[in-house]
Design a protein around this ligand. Structure first.
Ligand SMILES: [Zn+2]
Length: 218
């Protein structure tokens, strides 16, 4: 047995019916319940991995034992689970479900950081209409280049901490691309860290097209 298998066996066996680790594992399944600890101070109760932010619950159907574990352990030990309607699902479907739950938690946390930054900015600068921007996060989930340049400028000015990559930028429409194009250099540089890989690639294609016309895009 490897180190993490030994640690997992020590946590699992006292709560299982079978005294054999690999048999006991089959008694356990992912319950579909998960928790955001909001800090990276969680520990996996199966393998003792530390610094976890998210906990996923597994339970033994016979002993009713429960453990809060990292998503990796559910996949590593090929645990089966219950889907959202409470039906039994196999290990492959359980791995997909736990990944989906984890992505949902990561996305919720990101949105929460954006909301917190906007609310703090609203408190720091009363003329900033935080409410309407919070509405944007809810409705579209993304900001136009002009909005984002203004938000970042004001966040920096008010010394409100924020992660540019938490904010979503939209440049799908022509007028949004035009905003980027006509933006002052300093504003462009502020917005740039919020661009996704795909958006950077789009900008590169536009630049190439402009270059073919003998023009520079910006
Ligand atoms: Zn673990």
């Amino acid at each position: 047995m490897s180190g993490w298998e030994e640690r997992a066996a020590a946590s699992l066996l006292p709560l299982s019916r079978s005294p054999t680790f690999w048999v006991a594992l089959r008694e356990w399944r992912y319950t579909g319940r998960f928790f955001d600890l909001e800090n990276t101070d969680g520990t996996c109760e199966l393998c003792s991995q530390r610094d976890l932010r998210y906990h996923f619950e597994i339970a033994d159907r016979g002993t009713r034992g429960e453990l809060l574990v990292g998503s990796e352990c559910i996949k590593r030990f090929d645990l089966s689970g219950l889907d959202e309607e409470g039906r039994e699902i196999d290990a492959a479907d359980t791995a997909r479900l736990v990944d989906r739950h984890r992505r949902g938690l990561v996305e919720d946390a990101r949105r929460q950081r954006v909301m917190t930054a906007l609310l703090k900015l609203g408190q720091a600068t009363p003329d900033f209409d935080a409410g309407s921007f919070l509405g944007y996060v809810d409705d579209r989930g993304a900001f136009t280049p002009k909005q984002l340049a203004m938000i970042f400028w004001r966040l920096q000015g008010s010394a409100v901490p924020y992660r540019p990559s938490d904010f979503r930028l939209t440049i799908r429409r022509d007028r949004e691309k035009a905003q980027l194009r006509s933006m002052p250099e300093a504003a462009y540089r502020r917005v740039e860290p919020a661009m996704t890989k795909a958006q950077r690639a789009t900008i590169e294609r536009i630049k190439v097209r402009f270059a073919a016309w003998g023009q520079s895009w910006r």
